[in-house]
Ligand binder design. Structure first.
Ligand code: 5GP
Ligand code: ZN
Length: 135
């Protein structure tokens, strides 16, 4: 646990949260912003900054919890899809430095636009592949 971390405070019960799901390694609760109906955050019960430093056991547990909650939203709660996303690092617009995956439950007529629509990059894919391929 990290004394200065908002999400560690939520795990310790020092800040209230609207719990959606919990297991041995993970906790999920509603995002406070109210930007999308049902916007959910899934976090590990141990403090890691993001996907770049998270231990595999916790990272696997978090993504499994994302699947469990997403299936619940689609099978039992009247939604037909989900957006799942994560911001890792300040340059990637991460604002709370405790790993979390966002889930936004969707219906076809909700009018939301959740996916990024950046059209500013026109690139040669072979040049990008040469730079980015994992070898
Ligand atoms: P990020 O920008 O780091 O990917 O997302 C952080 C998210 O945490 C934001 O969507 C923000 O609304 C949410 N958040 C920040 N503080 C709190 C809080 O105290 N409680 C809850 N439930 N959500 C929070
Ligand atoms: Zn934390």
């Amino acid at each position: 646990m990290n004394d200065n971390c908002i999400f560690c405070k939520i795990l310790k019960g020092e800040i209230p949260s609207a719990k959606i799901y919990e297991d041995e390694y993970t906790y999920a609760f509603l995002d406070i912003s109210g930007d999308f109906y049902g916007h959910t955050l899934v976090i590990p019960k141990q403090h890691f900054e993001n996907v770049l430093d998270c231990e595999t056991t916790y990272l696997n547990a978090v993504i499994n919890a994302v699947q469990t909650i997403s299936n619940h939203y689609v099978n039992n709660c009247g939604f037909s899809g989900v957006n799942v996303f994560n911001n890792s690092g300040a340059s990637a617009e991460q604002s709370v430095m405790h790993l979390h995956f966002h889930i936004v439950p969707r219906t076809s007529n909700d009018g939301y636009h959740v996916s990024p629509t950046n059209e500013g990059v026109k690139v040669d894919l072979s040049e990008v592949k040469a730079k980015l391929e994992v070898k």
